[in-house]
Design a binder for this molecule. Structure first.
Ligand code: SF4
Length: 308
């Protein structure tokens, strides 16, 4: 190997290590900030076969080895019986990791094909069916947490989908009780950028299984929102991170939801408050706090603006 090649390889290895450290730090911060995993927890990690969930499992395994608390990981993958699905890939990968796992085979593909008219997007129903199966498996496994591979950009896209098409200020939270009330869903990649996960998947050579074996694709709405965010970031670097940080810095008194803030009961306090109304001052945004050093500096394919 000549000297330039050796230098390039060393640089690549250095960058890969740096990325791995960043992802571990960001996932660790998100877990801590939102108290996602406590001692003795059994975490069911849902693997779709895409880059994000592979990254999630990989990072959680690293954190498990060095965490001061003890918790269990169980990987779960759903074989939805798509035509062309490479059934041997996931079991082989999980066995090579030596991690407890379960592959669940359930033909949600035929159900979706039967119920959704030709040409319509199937992802929403597909995700709902998948969710039902995963809840059942979580119960069977005695899991106390269900970990999903949604990342920062999924969260932001969901916020804008709800804003533009759902008339709601609502995102995809890092931690929430599931809609059946029986599970706690966590998103340890909440602080992680999608582009970092793509780089990480390439570095780690994860055996990616495409999600579009069914021929379905994300809706136009989701594609539009994704493109909008990418365009903003290209033109105004840092804007996406600023928006993301706003999700953890909400001022209910400065919005309009009467069910969340008691506007009717408001009365003058006699105490100056920097957050109080400034009457005729122009409503310029405040200077954003420095992006670095915040917790937010640190990640389905459901197309429903309501998220999954
Ligand atoms: S693209 Fe993925 S989520 Fe959408 S219908 Fe196909 S398998 Fe389901």
């Amino acid at each position: 190997m000549n000297a330039p090649d050796a230098l390039r390889l060393r640089k690549q290895a250095f960058e890969a290590k740096k990325l791995e450290k960043r992802l571990c730090r960001q996932v660790g911060e998100a877990i801590e900030d939102y108290a996602m995993i406590g001692p003795g927890e059994r975490v069911m990690v849902c693997l779709s076969g895409g880059k994000d969930s592979y990254g999630l499992l990989d990072i959680l395994m690293k954190l498990q080895r060095r965490a001061p608390i003890s918790f269990e990981l169980v990987a779960v993958h759903l074989d939805q019986r798509h035509p062309g699905y490479p059934a041997e890939v996931m079991p082989r990968y999980l066995e090579s990791l030596g991690i407890p796992h379960r592959i669940v085979a359930q033909d949600t593909y035929s159900v979706v094909k039967r119920l959704i008219p030709e040409g319509r997007t199937m992802c929403s129903l597909c995700s709902r069916l998948r969710r039902g199966v995963l809840y059942r498996v979580a119960k069977e496994l005695g899991a106390t947490r269900i970990a999903l591979g949604h990342h920062r950009d999924d969260i932001l896209e969901t916020v804008f989908l709800n804003l533009f098409f759902g008339g709601k200020l609502k995102g995809m939270p890092p931690k929430l009780v599931s809609d059946d009330g029986l599970n706690v869903v966590i998103r340890p990649l909440a602080y992680v950028k999608e582009s970092d996960l793509a780089d990480y998947a390439r570095n780690r050579r994860f055996p990616i299984i495409p999600c579009d074996l069914c021929g379905s694709q994300a809706t136009l709405q989701r594609k539009q929102v994704k493109a909008m965010l990418q365009e903003w970031e290209r033109k105004f670097p840092g804007r996406v991170e600023t928006i993301f940080r706003s999700l953890a810095n909400v001022q209910l008194s400065h919005l309009m939801d009467r069910s969340r803030f008691d506007f009717a009961g408001l009365a003058a306090t006699g105490v100056p408050d920097a957050d109080g109304d400034r009457a005729f001052d122009p409503p310029d945004p405040e200077e954003p706090a420095a992006a670095e050093g915040t917790a937010a500096a640190a990640s389905c394919r459901d197309d429903d603006p309501e998220e999954d």
